[in-house]
Design a protein around this ligand. Structure first.
Ligand code: DX5
Ligand code: ZN
Length: 218
């Protein structure tokens, strides 16, 4: 597939050197920024002030993944600071359609994420409100977990629905993406791949990104 995108997740980067860790992935399409609140997931990362400063020094756009309970309140603020895409969880948002519209009004691409056990079918009627659908391929909260093969049929169904709708919607996968698993996700229909440990766990992040690109194309 021609339009595959690789989004390294800085969750696996060296937190003492985030500025240079962003430079190390400048050949990627965007940096994936995991915001966790220790409520929606049992882990805690960074919030708006830290992300805002990192965005100012980043050579590539930011893709925000909000694993937080109060998404309706916080998501628009990440759009306001200029992040290219902002993804909230369907399980967390109180008013997902309203929130997606607010994100677009604030100049960001609107993304919605589904945990591995959340069905995609209830959300198919709102695809036109979104620019990206994220199918989590691990339970959100931590890097370095194993890709959940059980999510592949859902990726296939989501890809079919997107194709059938004729909409320009990216289908993102996040969790356990490696040179081994990426092709299965791509064949199921994903086109945007988040990779944390398989990029920052390597000596050469740029080589790892190139390797993932090549592997996604089969
Ligand atoms: C996990 C995060 C992911 C994480 C992926 O909840 O959403 O973005 O960084 O890490 P890997 O690629 O190591 O599975
Ligand atoms: Zn993520």
């Amino acid at each position: 597939m021609a339009c595959n995108h690789i989004y390294p997740s800085i969750l696996s980067a060296d937190f003492a050197n985030l500025g240079s860790e962003l430079q190390a992935i400048k050949t990627a399409d965007a940096a994936h920024i995991d915001v966790m609140d220790n409520h929606f997931v049992p882990n805690l990362t960074w919030g708006l002030p830290v992300v805002k400063r990192l965005h100012e020094v980043s050579p590539i756009p930011f893709d925000i993944h909000l694993m937080i309970e109060d998404a309706d309140r916080w998501a628009p603020q990440y759009a306001e600071i200029g992040c290219e895409s902002v993804t909230f969880h369907a399980e967390a948002a109180i008013a997902p359609i309203k929130l997606a519209r607010t994100l677009r009004e604030n100049g960001a691409k609107a993304g919605m994420a589904l945990r591995p056990a959340t069905a995609v079918e209830p959300y198919l009627d709102m695809l036109s409100e979104l620019d990206m659908l994220l199918i989590m391929t691990v339970e959100p909260g931590f890097g370095g977990q194993k890709f959940l093969e059980v999510t592949l049929p859902k990726i296939r169904r989501a890809a079919e629905a997107i194709r059938g709708s004729g909409l320009e919607l990216r289908l993102q996968v996040d969790g356990g993406i490696t040179e081994e698993t990426i092709l299965r996700a791509a064949e199921a229909g994903a086109d945007t791949f988040v990779a944390g440990s398989s990029v920052y766990g390597q000596d050469d992040a740029a080589a790892a990104i190139a390797g993932l690109r090549a592997a996604a194309n089969g």
